[in-house]
Write a protein that binds this ligand. Structure first.
Ligand code: ADP
Ligand code: MG
Ligand code: MG
Length: 886
């Protein structure tokens, strides 16, 4: 026989905290608190297995469930000394849902179940308080009708409002017994009206109706959506808790409230909470009355003259404070507690680990280590790496006023204010003059990179979370709001219109990339604190982790930010970004447009000093660390001129006519450039490009090692290799170039040549490729695109359908697809190391900063992950957690 029902209360329980999977979070903790001897109203939990069985068997219950529930009701009856449905001494219960993790969207709680026209009279008589009894009854009718029977609660609130108005009442507390009696009759009639049948009077019908409603709510749309967003499997199911009622609404010596054992927004070690006198649970959250502060200190801080619980009920407050200490010490974490006081007696109705902001999580974890409550390892596991993002970017001062214009997608965290500009060039010009700008575009393209870099923040009216703007902004650590669809951006007139308001060129706006808000004017920001608790936790993470963490960076600004965030080298320096600079693009275009090697070499000669000086700057910042430089990767046409005047400039510089240039531009056109003439294919066709780049890298490294006495270790990386032969040819070219330069210099310089693994064929051929590669770097962005056959730039259109249909459980461009793409990574590592056992292996896609992907890299023996500068701390913590989870 399966045990479907577990009793708790009265100093003991059949379950315990470790049984969350079976009993749900609420049920397991009610059991645990009972075992601890805390005052928990007795009750029982119907297990999550019943939920699963219910759905596996066409919405029917196991045959013996009804008997087990009846037996447990009996146990409560005996403990409490009352009988369910009894005409003289009725037992009332609450029915509460409770999944493994707390889940908004699930069924709301029903209180006072077991009341009907007869038991309400008994309750009145027994308590000597008719007002209380009918107040409870009308609450029950409303809640049950709303939650179980689907009658909208507002219909009842309306009746209450009318009653108050007709009788000149403003507060609920002014209503007398007669009022509530009248109202409960009216509520019942309303429910009957809406339902076309009487409100259920049979208490067992009430009970099973509520149980059905809880299990039924597991599969409703909003619960479904919530689970999808939070990666909660649908198979977990929910538990149902049935618990004897205690009453916070029996008079002025009664109360109900919620409390945290520490401040959940700052993490400060002080009790924090709210309570209401003479009220039932839902009143505190429903906002019907303004709750009062729990402690005297918080009352004073809030400037309230309503007495705190510490002042109004000092004795019960003292007991509550003892419970706080006991629970926090027992669970060794900040607790979120719900309680009720019935006639000066304290009852605890719920405890769980409290949700907290990122700063609070950090402070609590570190302070608990200082206080010997938890170990450093536990502290590392307590902080969500993803949430660190909130700590690294400037954030809006929460006390500052905001004039919100609209909301888009929170594409890249952080907040920024600045003048509106509509073009990348203008962004660059204004920022060179020391002005803060927000670059506003309908959408961005690779040509806007310099402007995105110059801007404080980026705002687009189109594009999703993986749009160009979003990805690049995250990479650069620029705040970005994307897809703010209600903005009408008029590029010609340089205006933004939103809801009838017009924002002009150079007007100041503020964006909050953390929540997607776009605001008029400047809103004050506060700077993050990187030392203190943050620095301490990071140091513990560094001690623990085995993976190295590098950064993807090509500009001095990003490189130094990354070093500050603890990067141990550069894992990906994209050389093409250096080409987009306004003064260089002309040379790049000349190189591309040349139809022969001679022409290309002439242009490359002009590019060489620029490229070398970029590397000198970068290597100086990264001295002592490895720097992986990827040779030119994108299809050449990305650099083509667009505007007529650009064509004219190039024609003049090259001394050729326009017709020739236009023809050449057409020749370079590709139907599917992502799969076209790019990556090492350029190196094969135009070896002089890679030759120039290798020269720039080696010369820069030599120069830096000479001036600083400390070099970087350049790792020259060939992109998009698909067969060993490609790499063999290009490696020979690189080595020949590099060795000649080194020899001529008379110095010594260590360098490496390796490749990206970003095509499925490369992963499969890794054994052959490793013959020529000293390192592999998995380019998981392209590897994901080519494995799925999906373009990152076009996937936004259908990705949502795929997520909704549960075909993908997450965006594969955000979190590495461990089953498919991950399998290729595994194969690549294994085959590569079989050939060359000291092969250095890393990953440099967007995934390098995603905690789950970092854990995958750790498990599969990679040497390092590389991610955008602002994600470096996330990766450091995630890498430490990966060790601890093993
Ligand atoms: P949620 O998960 O939404 O917090 P709960 O099941 O915790 O829902 O119920 C909400 C509130 O209802 C509780 O905080 C408590 O105040 C009240 N409540 C629930 N069960 C009881 C009970 N047996 N006696 C008194 N109040 C209760
Ligand atoms: Mg609760
Ligand atoms: Mg690539």
């Amino acid at each position: 026989m399966t045990k479907w029902v577990y009793n708790f209360g009265d100093g003991s329980a059949e379950g315990e905290a470790s049984m969350k999977n079976l009993l749900g979070g609420k049920g397991a903790n009610l059991a645990e608190m009972s075992n601890l001897g805390l005052p928990v109203p007795p009750g029982f939990t119907i297990t999550t297995e019943v939920c699963t069985s219910y759905y596996d068997n066409d919405n029917t219950y196991p045959a013996d469930l009804a008997d087990q529930v009846a037996a447990s009701i009996k146990v409560i009856e005996e403990t409490v000394g009352a009988k369910f449905g009894d005409e003289e001494n009725p037992l009332l219960v609450s029915v509460r849902s409770g999944a493994r993790v707390s889940m908004p969207g699930m069924m709301d709680t029903v209180l006072n179940l077991g009341l009907n026209d007869v038991t309400v009279k008994a309750l009145a008589k027994q308590s000597g308080d008719e007002r209380f009894a009918y107040d409870s009854y009308r609450r029950f009718i409303q809640m049950y009708s709303d939650v179980v029977l689907g009658v909208d609660h507002y219909l009842f609130e309306e009746l209450l409002e009318i009653h108050k108005e007709e009788n000149g009442f403003t507060l609920d507390t002014e209503l007398e017994a007669e009022d509530w009696k009248e109202l409960s009759a009216a509520f019942k009639a309303k429910a009957e009206d809406e339902l076309g049948r009487p409100f259920p009077q049979d208490v067992n019908e009430q009970l099973w109706g509520a149980i059905d409603a809880v299990f039924g709510s597991w599969m409703i749309e909003r619960a479904f959506v919530y689970r999808r967003l939070h990666n909660i499997p649908h198979t977990w199911g929910t538990a149902v808790n049935v618990q004897s009622m205690v009453f916070g609404n029996m008079g002025d010596d009664c109360a109900t409230g919620v409390a945290f054992t520490r401040d959940p927004s700052t993490g400060e070690n002080t009790y924090y909470g709210e309570y209401l006198i003479n009220a039932q649970g839902e009143d505190v959250v429903a906002g019907i009355r303004t709750p009062q502060n729990l402690t005297k200190a918080s009352r004073i801080a809030a400037g309230s003259d309503m007495p705190s619980m510490e002042e109004s009920m000092p004795e019960v407050y003292g007991q509550l404070a003892d419970v706080f200490q006991k629970l926090e010490a027992h669970y060794r974490d900040m607790q979120d507690i719900e309680f009720t006081v019935q006639k000066q007696k304290l009852w605890i109705l719920q405890t769980r680990s409290g949700k907290r902001t990122a700063p609070a999580a950090l402070k609590i974890a570190v302070e608990m280590v200082h206080d010997d409550i938890i170990s450093k390892d536990e502290a590392l596991l307590r902080v969500d790496p993803g949430a660190l993002d909130q700590l690294l970017h400037p954030t809006l001062d929460p006390d500052a006023a905001r004039d919100v214009l609209t909301k888009g997608l929170p594409a890249s965290p952080g907040a920024a204010s600045g003048k509106v500009v509509f073009t990348a060039d203008e962004a660059e010009i204004l920022s060179k003059n020391g002005e803060d700008v927000i670059l506003v575009r309908i959408e961005t393209s690779p040509e806007d990179i310099h402007g995105m870099h110059a801007a404080r923040g980026i705002l687009t009216s189109r594009g999703g979370m993986t749009s160009h703007a979003a990805v690049v902004a995250r990479g650069m650590g620029r705040p970005c709001v994307s897809g703010a669809g209600s903005l009408h951006i008029n590029m010609a007139e340089q205006t933004i219109t939103v809801d009838g308001r017009v924002i002009n060129n150079h007007d100041i706006i503020t964006i909050d990339g953390g929540n997607g808000e776009v605001m008029a004017g400047k809103v004050a920001t506060i700077k993050p604190e990187l030392g203190g608790h943050f620095g301490e936790l990071m140091a513990w993470a560094d001690d623990k982790r085995e993976l190295k963490v590098r950064t993807n960076a090509e500009t001095p600004l990003d490189a130094s930010a990354a070093r500050e965030f603890g990067a141990e080298g550069i894992g990906l320096c994209r050389t093409e970004h250096m080409f987009f600079d306004a003064t260089r693009i002309i040379n790049v275009r000349q190189m591309i447009m040349s139809s022969d090697e001679e022409g290309r070499r002439a242009a490359l000669d002009k590019l060489l000093p620029d490229q070398r000086s970029d590397f000198v700057e970068l290597f100086t910042i990264m001295k002592g660390l490895p720097v992986t430089v990827r040779l030119l990767d994108p299809p050449l046409h990305e650099f083509l001129p667009h505007k007529e005047e650009d064509f004219v400039d190039v024609a003049n510089a090259m001394g050729v006519d326009m017709a020739f240039l236009k023809r050449r531009a057409e020749e370079l056109h590709e139907f599917n450039p992502m799969l076209g003439h790019r990556g090492c294919r350029l190196g094969i066709s135009f070896p002089e490009i890679y030759e120039m780049q290798a020269r720039a890298i080696i010369e820069a490294a030599l120069e830096v090692s000479k001036t600083l006495g400390e070099a970087v270790i350049p790792e020259i990386m060939v992109p998009l290799v698909g067969s060993a032969k490609e790499l063999e040819i290009l490696k020979e070219l690189i080595i020949k170039t590099a060795d000649e330069i080194i020899e001529a210099s008379g110095e010594k310089l260590e360098y490496m040549v390796g490749t990206m693994i970003e095509l499925p064929r490369a992963a499969l051929q890794a054994g052959e490729i490793a013959n020529h590669a000293e390192f592999f770097s998995f380019g998981t962005n392209d590897l994901t695109q080519t494995t799925y056959g999906i373009s990152r730039d076009d996937s936004a259109r259908f990705l949502d359908d795929y997520l909704k249909a549960d075909i993908y459980d997450q965006d594969p461009f955000v979190s590495l697809d461990q089953d498919g793409v991950g399998e290729l990574v595994k194969i690549g590592v294994e085959r590569g190391r079989n050939t060359r056992n000291d092969l250095k292996v890393g990953i440099c896609g967007e995934h390098g900063g995603d905690p789950a992907s970092v854990e995958f890299c750790h498990r599969n023996g990679l040497d390092y992950v590389s991610c955008s500068p602002y994600r470096v701390p996330i990766a450091r913590l995630a890498a430490a957690q990966a060790v601890l989870r093993k």
